[in-house]
Design a binder for this molecule. Structure first.
Ligand SMILES: C[C@@](CO)(OP(=O)(O)O)[C@H](O)COP(=O)(O)OP(=O)(O)OC[C@H]1O[C@@H](n2ccc(N)nc2=O)[C@H](O)[C@@H]1O
Ligand SMILES: Nc1ncnc2c1ncn2[C@@H]1O[C@H](COP(=O)(O)OP(=O)(O)O)[C@@H](O)[C@H]1O
Length: 313
């Protein structure tokens, strides 16, 4: 299946209603490259972006109940609401299939929120896959894709995860072979302690930030042919504006450079920055230094939720 590892058990939730319970892991992503081609008539921006899932994940547990309602308990209480994208995904499925029974969701949040790591989008996609497979619901992948795209531009990517080229609003997905450069075997992620609005970051773009997509396609080609991969080819059209508008992000970038990271990039609309490393020893030193400075930092790697392993070059 896609961006998810599902496990199951029978349970008696709250001791009253026996029903099925399923767990799923929901992975974060980075944008290796992100080219903004221009603004569309519908207000969204046309993108070409290479996305990759990472070994940082939330755990979601869904239990069926007889009552016709959807309830969520999140480890971050501010996400225990009907606005949580998991609830919105589950409600979309209930409405589409006219399901009478409901669900109780437990959501252990680990992926940083509003970080450019796609946490909420990943949660929504994982919930859709979990319902389809765990409850054998009559939903095709085309149905799931349609529901996913209505929930958010990034959600369709997470139905397959791994490495993919995403175009249009982000919802046109081309999964790519899991080829990965040795130079990026390890990744350091630093999440500055500010929130960034994706909509505002797009609004602050200037036409000079637009590109024709060449950066993403060049990297896609290098990965496909396992050749000519240059870290300096990674590019994010949103980075200039974020570094200019948010001094905390620019400062964090400086501190990552000082700590020994040679290449640093913004993921999505930020504020998370990532730095690739070939060797764990180097990544680990930088990780420790940034932790000592009080930053929220993660040492992680690319992951393929379908269980495949990358072939490194
Ligand atoms: C920037 C990216 C890059 O992967 O990720 P994040 O930084 O959010 O993780 C995505 O395009 C975000 O996808 P997602 O978070 O699903 O965005 P949506 O909910 O669809 O849109 C939020 C807002 O971002 C702007 N937006 C989003 C996507 C797009 N192609 N053009 C846009 O202009 C719009 O202003 C929209 O109202
Ligand atoms: N399940 C969820 N996880 C994270 N954020 C969520 C979720 N559901 C709704 N949101 C809202 O979506 C917004 C974007 O969060 P997130 O998906 O983490 O952003 P990003 O894609 O930038 O990493 C947040 O402001 C948050 O309130």
């Amino acid at each position: 299946m896609g961006n998810a590892y599902i496990t199951s058990q029978s349970t008696d939730y709250t001791g009253s209603t026996p029903g099925r319970t399923r767990f799923v892991q929901s992975y974060a992503k980075i944008n290796l490259t992100l080219d903004v081609l221009g603004r569309r008539a519908d207000g969204f921006h046309e993108l070409v972006t290479l996305m990759q899932t990472l070994d940082i994940y939330d755990t979601i547990c869904v239990s069926e109940i007889e009552e016709p309602r959807v309830e969520i308990i999140c480890s971050r209480p501010q996400l225990s609401t009907a606005e949580n994208l998991i609830v919105r995904a589950v409600q979309a499925v209930r409405q589409r299939l006219s399901l009478e029974h409901g669900f109780v969701i437990e959501h252990q949040k680990r992926v940083p929120v509003a970080a450019g790591l796609g946490g909420g989008s990943s949660n929504a996609a994982a919930a859709l896959l979990l319902l389809k497979e765990g409850w054998n619901l009559p939903l095709s992948m085309t149905d799931l894709h349609e529901i996913a795209a209505a929930l958010g531009s990034d959600v369709p990517f997470f139905l397959t995860g791994g490495l993919a080229l995403c175009e249009g609003r982000g919802e046109r997905i081309t999964p790519l072979a899991p080829h990965w450069p040795q130079a990026m075997r390890w990744l350091i992620l630093l999440k500055p302690s500010i929130s960034v609005s994706t909509a505002l970051v797009f609004r602050n773009l200037s036409p000079a930030d637009y590109s024709d997509g060449t950066n993403s396609r060049k990297v896609q080609d290098a990965l496909a042919h396992k050749s000519n991969f240059q870290l300096s080819d990674l590019h994010n059209s949103l980075q200039r504006g974020v570094l200019e508008c948010y001094p905390e992000v620019a400062q964090a970038r400086e501190n990552m450079l000082q700590a020994g990271a040679a290449h640093i990039f913004l993921s999505g609309s930020g504020p998370t920055l990532f730095a690739p490393f070939a060797q764990l020893s180097n990544a680990s030193q930088v990780h420790q230094q940034l932790l000592a400075q009080g930053y929220e930092v993660y040492l992680t790697r690319a992951i393929y939720p379908q269980g495949t392993e990358a072939s490194f070059f």
